[in-house]
Write a protein that binds this ligand. Structure first.
Ligand code: ZN
Length: 204
């Protein structure tokens, strides 16, 4: 016997399928949504649809953006010869919050994980390699690639893989210092730790 209505069950199922939301949270959110005014529910659903429709990957760095080229890549105040490679847009945001990095980024949208069956072709690595071979896609030769993937097993595997691909191109490859806690997501780390990791980077 279903305890709830079919519509409510469907909503709970959809919410529970989102990352980090268990069945209990999904139920709580579903009940809350039902209690909201029609106008607020419409605003929420419209916002989801609009974000999905208008947010895409920056043509150069693969960061999520509303424009063809993101504001960081489009800025002439950023040093296009230094590219920091991060796993996610949230990691990029964490480094931006420090306000002390003036290079540009490349967002992989994941990390290599043989255990989860995620290979090099499943992350935005091809785009990075094309970018490096084509003067950063902006006519500026790339002098340094800073690999700032997480210090988890997947992050380290990805860092090693990328450095082996880049070195033959004659571009300097560095890795952020291991001041970042093992397995810790970059976005949850404070700015001082991030800056220390960046300043203490070593050549691979
Ligand atoms: Zn960009």
């Amino acid at each position: 016997m279903d305890l709830y209505s079919g519509y409510l069950n469907k909503l709970i199922d959809e919410l529970a399928a989102l990352p980090g939301i268990g069945n209990k949270s999904a139920q709580r959110l579903a009940f809350y949504i039902i209690s909201m005014s029609d106008a607020r529910v419409k605003k929420l659903s419209d916002t989801i649809v609009a974000a999905k429709k208008n947010v895409h990957y920056c043509k150069i760095c693969q960061n999520l953006t509303d424009t063809e080229i993101c504001p960081i890549c489009a800025s002439d105040r950023r040093d296009k010869s230094t590219i920091m490679v991060v796993e996610t847009s949230q990691d990029l945001a964490a480094y931006e919050r420090t306000g002390r990095y003036d290079g540009v980024y490349h967002v992989l949208h994941g990390a290599i994980s043989p255990m989860l069956g995620i290979g090099p072709e499943d992350i935005r690595l091809k785009e990075l390699m094309n970018r490096l071979k084509d003067n950063g896609n902006v006519g500026v030769p790339v002098r340094e690639v800073i690999i700032a993937t997480n210090s988890s097993l997947e992050g380290e595997t990805t860092a090693m893989y990328i450095s082996r691909l880049i070195k033959p191109l004659g571009i300097k490859v560095t890795r952020i210092a291991s001041g970042v806690p093992v397995g810790g997501d970059l976005e949850n780390i404070d700015e001082v730790t991030l800056l220390r990791a960046l300043e203490g980077r070593t050549e691979l």
